[in-house]
Design a protein around this ligand. Structure first.
Ligand code: N01
Length: 488
């Protein structure tokens, strides 16, 4: 980049993170943006997860960009299609579609020390260069299949919840569902009335809270459109609730205990059978795994065509699932609601920074980054929704906006200093990480396994605090935290 030029930017991913990032840059006069998207459409997880009942359990007025309020959300907890449409219309309104290269799966990115630029290669063999590289690939883009012996021997149909096979007819079938996370509790009530029999293989019961859902009426749509303050009040109200509950994760455990009592009451009210209730009662602190919200999950499990199986799965056999007691639970279809490879950040892309340093090596013990955004030795590389920026409670869109503003400031700094690259100082990043890990040690996330933690137990995904605390931290990029190095 020479004097007078604006930095060129490559953004990887066209989900909420990539689109939000590109909008922030565009709104601040940075037009030289290429968004590389491996798929044929935008949307990220909201394009991929089309299972029955897929919806967001964060209220839509909060799960949306602050600068793009939508007065006509169909429901408080809108479904996948509505959210996907929202993101598409936002991208269109901000004239981003022309900047997106579809079918461009990034395989490798390499920083050229001499030129101070990134070269990004895609699976089709193409290479592009840019001054700035921003990864917005999310944390939940790669489905995890369980490592169960015999998994390929099954002769029926099988698929992962994030790759739902809509061609498979479930009506009248014997269906085995493995996993009881946020995805499963959404599709189980949808498929239970159709199937002949559903066996739900539960390894760990979830804490389930009631969902205060509502269909927004035409009157509310008009009100939200004419009085933006009303929609803002709904957004603010839910934001305040999530902030309050987030306090229970680190500072005030009594809040978590109170939320736990609400969940226990919900279970007691919805599951009268003590045997089933016992199976569904968690034995770990609330908040450790992601809290779930549903009014129809427990009722579905009480139906006569459902069996909740808690015996450990030992094997998948051609006609079903074998458990440790030797029983074969026959099934026509197996649905794996087994989650995502959340801790493998940016994987399987190969990222090479200064002097060819591999990002995978820098992250050997688990991913970490300054504010989840910048990594020492990787100049001009920025991460959206990177390590330790996921929330136990709250809206990721809020976090993405905070990060996009921070990264935009970095790009402004680079624009003001042509011929330089920006790199976070080792000490700043190390200090930040130590503080984050110290706070994480006090959270309930340490008391169970989840996609928030690596196999060695390090919590690489979650932010230990409130959304506002994070926003305050990243509000202003402090140049002192960075080294600006002259190139060429
Ligand atoms: O996945 P999960 P998910 N044998 O990892 C079980 C987001 N999301 O797709 O708990 C048997 O939560 C595993 O058991 P255990 C949200 O952030 C958001 O449901 O490890 N069981 C668990 O029950 C969420 O947190 C929305 O003992 C096995 C399940 O599979 C994230 O996506 C909606 C197993 C995996 O649960 C992931 O949710 C949906 C095995 N070998 C999802 N391996 C919103 O509303 C795994 N399991 C925004």
């Amino acid at each position: 980049m020479t004097a007078g030029e604006r930095p060129s930017v490559i953004v990887i991913g066209a989900g909420f993170g990539g689109i939000g990032m590109a909008i922030e840059l565009r709104r601040n006069g940075f037009d030289n943006i290429a968004i590389l998207e491996r798929s044929t459409d935008i949307g990220g997880v909201w394009r991929e997860n089309t299972y029955p009942g897929a919806a967001c359990d964060v209220p839509s007025p909060l799960y949306s960009f602050s600068y793009e309020p939508k007065p006509d959300w169909p429901q408080r907890y809108s479904g996948q299609a509505a959210i996907h449409d929202y993101l598409r219309s936002v991208a269109k309104r901000h004239r981003l579609l022309a900047d997106i290269h579809f079918g461009a799966e990034v395989t490798e990115a390499e920083f050229d020390d001499a030129a101070g630029r990134w070269t990004v290669r895609t699976r089709d063999g193409a290479a592009r260069t840019a001054d700035v590289l921003i990864s917005a690939v999310g944390q939940l883009s790669r489905p995890a299949m369980p490592n169960i012996p015999g998994i390929d021997s099954f002769t029926g149909q099988a698929f992962h919840s994030a790759e739902w096979d809509h061609g498979v007819e479930l009506t009248g079938k014997r269906v085995a569902c493995i996993g009881t996370g946020a995805s499963a509790i959404q599709y189980i009530p949808e498929i239970q009335p159709k199937v002949e029999h559903l066996t739900l293989f539960q390894r760990t019961p979830a804490w389930v809270l009631p969902k205060f859902d509502t269909d927004y009426t035409p009157i509310q749509h008009k009100l939200f459109a004419r009085l933006p303050g009303a929609l803002l009040a709904e957004r603010f109200g839910w934001w305040a609730i999530t902030e309050f509950v987030a306090l229970g994760l680190v500072e005030y455990p009594w809040i978590a205990r109170m939320v736990g009592r609400i969940a226990t009451k919900h279970l007691e009210e919805q599951v009268p059978d003590p045997g089933l209730r016992a199976k569904l009662t968690p034995d770990y602190p609330i908040g450790c795994k992601r809290g779930l919200f549903s009014n129809d999950y427990y009722p579905a499990l009480t139906e006569p065509n459902v069996r909740v199986e808690t015996t450990v799965i030992t094997e998948i056999v051609p006609n079903g699932v074998r458990t440790a007691d030797g029983t074969v639970h026959e099934a026509d279809v197996i649905i794996y609601g087994t989650g995502f490879k959340g801790t493998e950040f940016l994987w399987p892309m190969h990222i090479y920074g200064r002097a060819g340093r591999k990002l995978a090596d820098a992250w050997e013990g688990g991913a970490h980054a300054y504010y989840g955004i910048t990594v020492p030795d990787f100049p001009n590389l920025f991460l959206v929704y990177g390590p330790n920026t996921n929330l136990g409670v709250g809206s990721i869109i809020y976090m993405i906006e905070s990060q996009a503003r921070y990264i935009r400031q970095a790009v402004q700094l680079l624009a003001a200093r042509p011929g330089h690259v920006l790199e976070v100082r080792q000490e700043a990043e190390a200090q930040f990480n130590t503080a984050v890990q110290q706070r994480l040690a006090r959270t309930p996330w340490n008391f169970c396994s989840s996609w928030y933690r690596t196999s060695s137990g390090r919590i690489t995904n979650n932010w230990p605090g409130r959304q506002l605390a994070y926003r305050r931290l990243v509000r202003k990029l402090r140049a002192d935290d960075y080294e600006l190095t002259r190139v060429a």
